[in-house]
Design a protein around this ligand. Structure first.
Ligand SMILES: NC(=O)c1ccc[n+]([C@@H]2O[C@H](COP(=O)([O-])OP(=O)(O)OC[C@H]3O[C@@H](n4cnc5c(N)ncnc54)[C@H](OP(=O)(O)O)[C@@H]3O)[C@@H](O)[C@H]2O)c1
Length: 451
């Protein structure tokens, strides 16, 4: 991904749809035609009409978040779509329980993510849920399977029709929130660490945005290799948490020059630097490498300074872009790599890596940290949490209507009271809803029927 490229591309764009990228992860076809939209904050969302549906399919409705244009939070609206998504051969219908919010969606809302088709479009690259129907020729999935799903967009809706090959069976102990938090962050982290950097015992690494979704995934995966020293930049309020999570040297990039701080501790430099920032930070990253070190560029977060697009920040990031010629690179004895999951077309590699990650989860070696959960109606607040740099871990979106969740919670409280009256259990905790951190969420998040 490059927001610099996206900025140029956006200027050239007309209202017509962008050409599909040949990604391994196919896009979803929209089942319904949009006729009206309503602000995400309004629970009574607009209804869109489906064409050529049978009466039975016609009564089927589902909630979806739709990016209606580029700009601020108000551009993402909640709609109710009408008409059941039609399954193609090899596809499954998933009832979505939780969706992941990624930095790419913040870029996408500003028109800076080139893999997201032009609005109107439903964003979302990952979700989790339960299989509700099977298309023809699906033999390795069953109705009722709990799955996590990896897509390119269109995952932020109550039901999705996706190729079965893009679904992965969730381990029994995994919550739907964890499953929605895993695919993008952990695939990115794993592939950078083990496919590109080939990180080894005793090496040192710098990870920026260390308290974010990818940052925490990188830190956890580094713990699977003996004696890796992790330098992590994050806002100061998050340092205690990331230290507990495995960051050896947390650095407050807001008040200190992180490169100077690293040189004080590690004068010879680092083996690996992961750069999701771009611009002048890529120069710093390259200069921080030891000979034989590896720099992986995987984002341009410096382009984004808030809710609305910042042309100055984009220009600055573009102007300070890192370039190097082959001769200088050879003399430096350093490797410079780029990674972008969205452009990775090797489906087999993605599936293999996902299975490795699920195994690591089962072994207790990785566990997505859920920062907070928001209902679809609250998508603006969810995005604000990331823009304002408040999240520690993953921000999750829940398709379930806020009111329904409230009623369910009230029912559960009533049930608990009834049970407490008959047999008091001091160990039980109350479900706290809304914008909650991981500890709170673990008490009452959306769980599988089995849990
Ligand atoms: N290439 C790929 O395939 C790929 C895949 C996934 C993600 N990424 C990239 O990886 C990075 C992290 O993504 P993520 O989804 O895990 O997000 P994230 O790290 O959870 O993002 C939010 C956090 O990043 C930090 N941050 C630093 N600069 C920021 C800025 N300009 N705006 C907002 N927050 C900023 C803030 O924490 P602190 O202030 O505490 O640092 C904030 O809380 C992004 O650059 C993203 O584009 C790339």
């Amino acid at each position: 991904m490059s927001c610099e490229e996206a900025a140029v591309e956006q200027q050239q764009e007309t209202a017509e749809d962008k050409t599909e990228d040949p990604s391994a992860v196919e896009s979803l076809s929209e089942p319904a035609k949009e006729v009206e939209v309503s602000p995400a904050e309004e629970p009574a969302a607009a209804v869109t009409e489906a064409a050529d549906k049978t009466p039975e399919e016609d009564v089927f409705t589902f909630r979806a978040l739709v990016l209606t244009g580029y700009g601020g939070y108000d551009k993402v609206k909640l709609q109710v779509k009408k008409g059941k998504p039609t399954l193609k051969s090899g596809e499954v219908l998933v009832r979505v329980k939780a969706c992941g919010l990624n930095f790419a969606e913040l870029l996408g809302r500003q028109g800076l993510y080139e893999l997201l088709p032009s609005p109107p479009v439903t964003p979302g690259m990952e979700c989790s849920g339960v299989i509700e129907a099977l298309g023809e020729e699906v033999t390795d999935r069953n109705v009722g399977d709990r799955v996590l799903v990896l897509g390119r967009h269109s995952m932020w809706q109550e039901v999705v029709a996706v190729p079965a090959s893009q679904t992965f069976i969730m381990p029994k102990q995994m919550s739907f929130e964890e499953a929605a938090a895993l695919p993008i962050n952990y695939l990115t982290a794993y592939m950078m660490l083990f496919e590109m950097a080939n990180i080894r015992a005793g090496q040192s690494i710098l990870v920026h945005m260390a308290a974010g979704g990818v940052g925490i995934a990188v830190t956890q995966l580094c713990q699977t290799v003996e004696g890796v020293t992790v330098f992590g930049t994050a806002s100061a309020s998050k340092h205690e948490t990331i230290s507990q999570g495995g960051v050896t040297h947390p650095i407050d990039y807001r008040t200190r020059d992180y490169a100077e701080e690293i040189r004080k501790i590690s004068p010879k430099g680092l083996d690996v630097v992961l750069d999701p920032l771009g611009g002048s930070d890529t120069h710093k990253a390259f200069s921080l490498l030891k000979p034989m070190g590896t720099l992986i560029v995987f984002g341009a977060a410096n382009c984004v300074t808030g809710q609305k697009k910042n042309l100055l920040a984009m220009a600055k990031t573009w102007y300070n872009q890192f370039t190097i010629n082959a001769l200088r690179l050879m003399h430096a004895n350093k490797a410079v790599c780029g990674f972008h999951l969205g452009y990775l077309t090797d489906e087999e590699l993605i599936a293999q890596t996902m299975n490795t990650l699920l195994e690591l989860y089962i072994q207790g070696k990785i566990k997505p940290r859920i920062d907070s959960t928001y209902h679809f109606e609250q998508v603006g607040e969810a995005m604000r949490r990331m823009h304002e740099r408040n999240n520690i871990g993953k921000v999750i979106l829940l398709p379930e209507a806020k009111e329904e969740a409230k009623e369910e919670k009230e029912d559960k409280v009533e049930e608990k009271l009834e049970r407490a009256e008959s047999s008091p259990d001091p160990g039980e905790t109350e479900h706290k809803e809304g914008n909650v951190n991981q500890e709170e969420a673990s008490k009452g998040e959306v769980k599988s029927e089995e849990n």
